[in-house]
Design a protein around this ligand. Sequence first.
Ligand code: LLP
Length: 432
Amino acid sequence: MNHFDYKDGDMFCEQVSLKDLADHIGTPLYVYSSATLERHYKVFAGELIDQPELQSPKGEDPLIAFAMKSNSNRAVLRTLARLGCGADTVSEGEIRRALDAGIAPEKIVFSGVGKTDAEMAFALKAGIYQLNVESRPELLRLSKVAASLNMVAPLVIRINPGVGAGGHAKITTGGAKDKFGVSAQEAIALYAEAASDPNLAPLGIACHIGSQISDLTPMQAAFARMKSWVLELRAQGLSVERLDLGGGLGVPYFNQPAPPSPDVFAEMVALTVGNLGVRYTFEPGRLIAANAGVMLSRVIHVHERKDSGQQFLVVDAAMNDLMRPALYDAFHDIRPVAQVTGDKTAVYDVVGPVCETGDTFTRDRTLPELKAGDLIAFMSAGAYGAVMGGEYNSRPLAPEVLVRDEKWAIVRPRPSYEDMLKRETLPEWLAD
Ligand code: LLP
């Protein structure tokens, strides 16, 4: 469920007209709904917290660590932080953002295959909940960094369970040949190695098998394996207090079967790995943010090619603003901001102004008939949208707006062309 609906002939985000926002701020423009963000977090967290099998032995609720890579806008993070949400981070930059948003260090998880020494040191000094270690070289470096700080690093070992899943090959992470984590066999050896190191505290294991997962079967298979490895580690006399099950639950992008809802997911988790005597962590990203955001764009013109008969809907947003279609052939529903009353439709290739054929949002899409100046909304753009944006073709980063009831605020302004030029400097031999 989200809070983007038609009212009096126009699409609104909560109580704010998207047409008014676009007229006022210009397009392309990202708009997020606080109510949707909050609802998604509360529903997901609530379902997991409600499962008695997922309480830790000390009676702690599962840690819900929002995967910030999906949307790391400060205002979005702060909205979630106020509900008690934690953060799954993958860089020092993300840890800094999480702390800035008011997320307590003990709710921050640090994942990723290539953490630098400096990033590890920063995370340790900040006192984060855990580092998810993905390889032996990383474990050895973490030990050195912790020793140099005279600290003990809280860590879990990321296991690649050999079960990949997800909406696209580029976002599948748990396959045996993907770059993430180590095999279970290696994890067990690493765990024992870490347990004998005074600067390392191995606390548990982690997995994350992919993103935009629409079927629980591979997740359940991976989680069942995780359980067997917890038991295996314990059988070897090692203590296991934590189990991090990653993110990955998909969202409806309108052209796909609806993914399992959080209650079905929570029951599956409780059934598969409940009552293990661990504290559980979940790292949802897309599930919370995707349908809490849209990207607004205006039609520049409609170009009908006489030779092929194609109609190109040329819009002012491009692949640099929303990369998912170009990168993963991702489907985003496209809706006119002004509610269409008639039934006139046309078949469009929706393209941006960037000079690449890849700058195509969709081909042969049947949409209500549109004309120059009309506004359209790319739905489900709140996750992996603005965060993945860039300034290719010297197009300024699209601004972001956060709505709450009838209030709205620009939470990241569009840079001016002057700002963009000033970020680069000329060497003295080119200065005049
Ligand atoms: N935890 C880890 C370790 C991850 O690598 C990811 C996502 C998540 C959690 C969050 O997964 P989610 O709940 O959002 O599915 N840019 C791609 C998605 C990349 C996902 C990478 N990892 C896209 O636009 O579809």
